[in-house]
Design a protein around this ligand. Structure first.
Ligand SMILES: Nc1ncnc2c1ncn2[C@@H]1O[C@H](COP(=O)(O)OP(=O)(O)OP(=O)(O)O)[C@@H](O)[C@H]1O
Ligand SMILES: [Mg+2]
Length: 482
């Protein structure tokens, strides 16, 4: 380790010499014959310890040490005083930040020990300061990384990433905008893969709770007692295996949002607990006699018909009413086929980025097949298909029908757009017109204006063609009740 420097200040040369002899083996010794000279030295060089006499002509020890604070605040200050000076200097100790004063006469060994302690203290403080600075720096970095991550998450969960331009989805957007910033309970229903969880996340991350926790619990996947303890917590000894108190998700998500998936799968006991949260804003940990207040927004999801579950007495009616204050029904993909091309593009860019492959696009015929397919697994199924196609695609190639899974390929052979053989051009054009118009009407569920826009025609123009081919838009209107 480098020798630390110590500065000794005294108006008598021989005392300075004594100090030099005493310390030069262990430290770099700097001497000064007056306070003024010592201040000059301090401007020149960093020292660990300053050892000064009190009685000096012109500038006394306390004045000098006070001044030295401005130049080297971290040095450890020691002062030597005659017995008679103690009274006078004792008040100045704080002002000059004197660490210790040494009264004359002193034993050289004692002085050596005092200086050694002071140097050790200086080193420790220095190390401590460095560590603090590093910690501060690391913290700053962590903070900025966290902010960056948060920004990324928010960007991903921007309302714009819920893809959809169909009237069904526009209705959903309108509902979502109304409800985001309220504490209102939301019940999302929809078939599997329609985006219930994604929507719940989007609601949370666009709400004023976004800086608090978003927690997810699937209520269908675990045994009832475990689920109760997950959600509400438990006290030690409340059941076998409860070896210590546990905080439940409702408590950890305080001021945030909890997403309860498969809410239809809950037991009567759990339903009672949920009712207490929604009605009273209180939870009761398993095995505890006392309740706790929580402020958590609940978003629940189900792919069951909850109303029917109520009718069948499998679901508490009072809880159903509490949950369904603000219901959102996500349409199945077949109800909004016109969103499929946008979804394809969205997933295409998602997976080319993720897989790190350059794909130039997707061929029109492949899009068409995907638009017409059946999707029992809804968006998740479409997403998986695109991921698969991107994985199989050649680098720098386009996605084409060859890459489709067999299930999607089969359908297509019978597509209305395949050209009839041996027909003349006029017949072929007519066939194509019919096919495209039928498909678009199917997509828009018989809406003539929207079909016309999609086909690049005027409304009147489309009506004329419909008349010519005797196609009725009525037959595409949705009859089933939702
Ligand atoms: N509108 C959408 N735009 C883009 N991606 C979507 C959209 N809806 C759903 N997805 C994606 O589809 C997949 C399935 O969505 P999610 O898991 O939210 O469905 P779910 O309704 O919760 O399904 P399940 O009932 O099976 O749990 C996810 O990868 C999600 O990101
Ligand atoms: Mg889900």
């Amino acid at each position: 380790m480098n020798k630390e420097a110590i500065l000794v200040v005294d108006d008598q040369r021989q005392i300075l010499n004594t100090f030099r002899r005493l310390f030069q083996k262990d430290y770099e010794v700097i001497t000064a014959i007056s306070g003024e000279e010592a201040l000059k030295e301090l401007r020149r060089q960093t020292v660990a310890v300053i050892l000064s006499d009190q009685r000096m002509p012109r500038m006394d020890g306390v004045t000098f040490l006070t001044e030295s604070l401005k130049i080297q605040p971290d040095a450890i200050r020691l002062m030597i005083t005659g017995y008679a000076d103690i009274e006078a200097t004792i008040g100045a100790v704080n002002q000059a930040k004197i660490h210790q004063y040494i009264s004359k006469p002193f034993e050289p060994d004692d002085l050596k020990q005092i200086v050694k302690n002071a140097v050790d203290r200086f080193r420790l403080l220095k190390q401590n300061n460095e560590l603090q600075a590093r910690l501060l720096e690391a913290n700053k970095q962590l903070k900025s990384e966290k902010v960056e991550l948060q920004k990324q998450v928010e960007k991903q969960l921007d309302l714009g990433n819920l893809i959809g331009n169909s009237p069904e989805m526009l209705k959903i957007f309108k509902l979502v905008r109304k409800v985001v910033d309220t504490p209102t309970t939301v019940l999302i229903s929809g078939e599997t893969g329609t985006g219930k969880e994604l929507l719940a996340k989007i609601i949370h991350y666009n709400s004023n709770r976004k800086n608090k926790m978003f927690v997810v619990q699937n209520c269908g996947a675990i045994p009832d007692t475990l689920l109760q303890s997950e959600l509400f917590g438990h006290v030690k000894g409340s059941f076998t295996g409860a070896v210590k108190d546990k905080i439940g998700l409702f408590e950890s998500a305080d001021n945030g949002t909890i997403f309860l998936d498969e809410i239809g799968d809950t037991s009567p006991a759990l339903q009672l607990g949920l009712l207490r949260v929604l009605q009273e804003g209180e939870i009761k940990p398993v095995g505890s006699a006392v309740t706790k207040k929580v402020n958590v927004r609940v978003i629940a999801a189900t792919n069951r018909d909850l109303q029917n579950e109520v009718k069948e007495k499998r679901f508490r009616e009072d809880l159903y009413y509490r949950l369904s204050v603000f219901p959102i029904v996500l349409p199945s993909l077949k109800e909004r086929r016109e969103d499929i091309p946008d979804l394809i593009q969205f997933f295409l860019s998602k997976y080319t980025k993720r897989i790190g492959k350059k794909v130039t696009g997707i061929e029109a015929q492949a899009i068409q097949r995907l638009v017409e397919a059946e999707y029992p697994g809804n968006i998740r199924e479409l997403e998986n298909e695109i991921e698969r196609m991107v994985t199989l695609a050649d680098d720098n190639g386009a996605l084409n029908c060859e890459l489709l899974s067999p299930r999607f390929k089969e359908k297509i052979i019978t597509t209305e757009l395949s050209l009839p053989e041996h027909s003349n051009l006029k017949k072929a054009v007519e066939h194509l017109e019919r096919a495209m118009i039928t498909r678009t009407l199917k997509m828009t569920k018989g809406n003539v204006l929207r079909s016309a826009i999609k086909l690049g025609l005027s409304r009147v123009g489309l009506h004329k063609i419909l008349k010519r081919y005797q196609i009725s838009a009525e037959q595409f209107k949705e009859r089933e009740l939702r």
